[in-house]
Design a protein around this ligand. Structure first.
Ligand SMILES: Cc1ncc(COP(=O)(O)O)c(C=O)c1O
Length: 403
């Protein structure tokens, strides 16, 4: 925890809580700005409202009562947050020994942890197995053989390639394989003594096209039917993440996603529902966090140039990696909002020319913005602290405080 603050600089930040923005729920804005007002924080720093994560988790759990939620730890592995989700009954999707070791250290039973990365070292699979983990993802023959050798008898699910157009942070072709190949591999898995449990997919992160789930669910149902004919009883559909956070533009509520997904499950599985796993990351934690950062420099590239360059003390290498290709467009507010504004390019503080967040995307900031002003970057609870580099240019990694 940080030192209580004295003095008045906090008063200007207080105005931000009046800047009602659905990107972050108003009670979350209030809790976070209260904290920022009262405590001296390093800059930049993410403030994460764990109660807001709880609200998001409960909403998702109530909308999908027949699904198990495996929180994607990679979105934000803050221990206080993981502990809260554990208390709420969540399971955990982990990508590496670092993540599952932390979960186990926090007392989470290995039965509630999956090793969902399709790219694992043989030794790490063996280590996970020794820790008691029995649920593994794969999407290739070699990976399947590694699991069979080092995690005998475990439950495995194969990730298939699905269409991810419409996702603001697509996961491309790096993960998954063709469904036909996945089916062959699942049959092989059974032959290798593994439990061929089912199929997973991920429609891409920050997926704003609600129609991406139905074709994927249809494909999985078809695979279940074909596997059955060959004596393999698939029982799991793992739909990954993809549910959005509100950044600068409106997104549909999770309820609308649930309606589409439930309709697709009814259509393709009827009353014979398989086990269902959801692996939300962004949608649970994104809107629960706000980064407070600071303006370091405001400049122009020529005397005629209208556009100002605003350099913050946070950039692509200190937490805002998802601004790569200007993919995720964060909402940024200042205590001077409300007056006249002008166009800006937003960049980070390092001596790397790639460290520009927004140059093509139109951003405006107050004309009276000054160096030293605080800015709040909304809905930054997901994929920020962990993307922050260790020490690039000597800058410390992004700080976090959970409240
Ligand atoms: C296997 C897996 N599951 C779940 C997630 C979380 O996705 P999201 O943050 O879109 O909810 C990811 C994100 O990369 C992932 O790779």
């Amino acid at each position: 925890m940080f030192r209580p603050k004295s003095g008045s600089s906090a008063r200007s930040i207080r105005k931000l809580s009046q800047n009602e923005d659905p990107a972050v729920k108003s009670n979350t804005i209030e809790r976070i700005t209260d904290y920022i007002t009262n405590y001296e924080l390093p800059s930049p720093c993410l403030v994460l409202d764990v109660d807001a994560v709880e609200e998001n988790y409960k909403e998702m759990a109530s909308l999908f009562p027949s699904a198990k939620i495996y929180y994607a730890v990679k979105a934000n592995p803050a221990e206080m947050l993981v502990k809260r989700l554990d208390q709420l009954g969540s399971c955990f999707d982990t990508a590496s020994p670092g993540e599952f070791d932390m979960c186990i250290r926090l007392g989470i039973a290995p039965e509630r942890i999956s090793y969902g990365n399709t790219i694992k070292k043989q030794a790490d699979i063996a280590y996970a197995y020794a820790q008691g983990i029995r649920l593994f993802a794969f999407d290739s023959e070699n990976e399947l053989e590694k699991i069979a050798a080092s995690a005998p008898g475990s439950r495995v699910y194969c990730r298939i390639l699905v269409e991810s157009g419409g996702a603001e942070w697509p996961l491309s072709r790096k993960f998954g394989c063709a469904p036909e190949m996945a089916l062959e591999l699942l049959i092989k898995a059974q032959g290798l003594g593994l439990d061929a449990y089912g199929v997973s997919f991920h429609v891409g992160s920050q997926q704003v096209n609600l129609d991406r789930w139905e074709p994927a669910i249809a494909k999985v149902a078809e695979m279940f039917a074909q596997a059955k004919k060959q004596g393999v009883n698939l029982r799991l559909i793992d739909m990954g993440g993809g549910f959005p956070t509100h950044y600068r533009t409106d997104v549909e509520p999770i309820k609308s996603y649930e309606q589409k997904i439930s309709a697709a499950m009814d259509k393709h599985f009827g009353t014979d529902l398989p086990d269902i796993i959801l692996e939300p990351g962004r949608s649970l934690v994104g809107g629960a966090g706000i980064i407070q950062a600071e303006v370091v420099l405001i400049s122009r590239k020529s005397t005629e140039e209208k556009t100002r360059w605003v350099y913050l003390d946070i950039g692509k290498f200190s937490g805002l990696a998802e601004t790569m290709d200007e993919a995720i467009k964060y909402h940024i507010v200042t205590a001077r909002d409300g007056g006249p504004t002008g166009p800006v390019v937003l960049a980070g503080p390092t001596c790397d020319s790639a460290d520009i967040m927004y140059e093509k995307t139109h951003y405006e900031m107050p004309l009276d913005l000054k160096e030293g002003d605080k800015v709040l970057i909304l809905a930054t609870g997901a994929y920020t602290t962990t993307y922050s580099s260790v020490n690039f240019n000597g800058f410390a990694p992004l700080g976090i405080v959970c409240i």
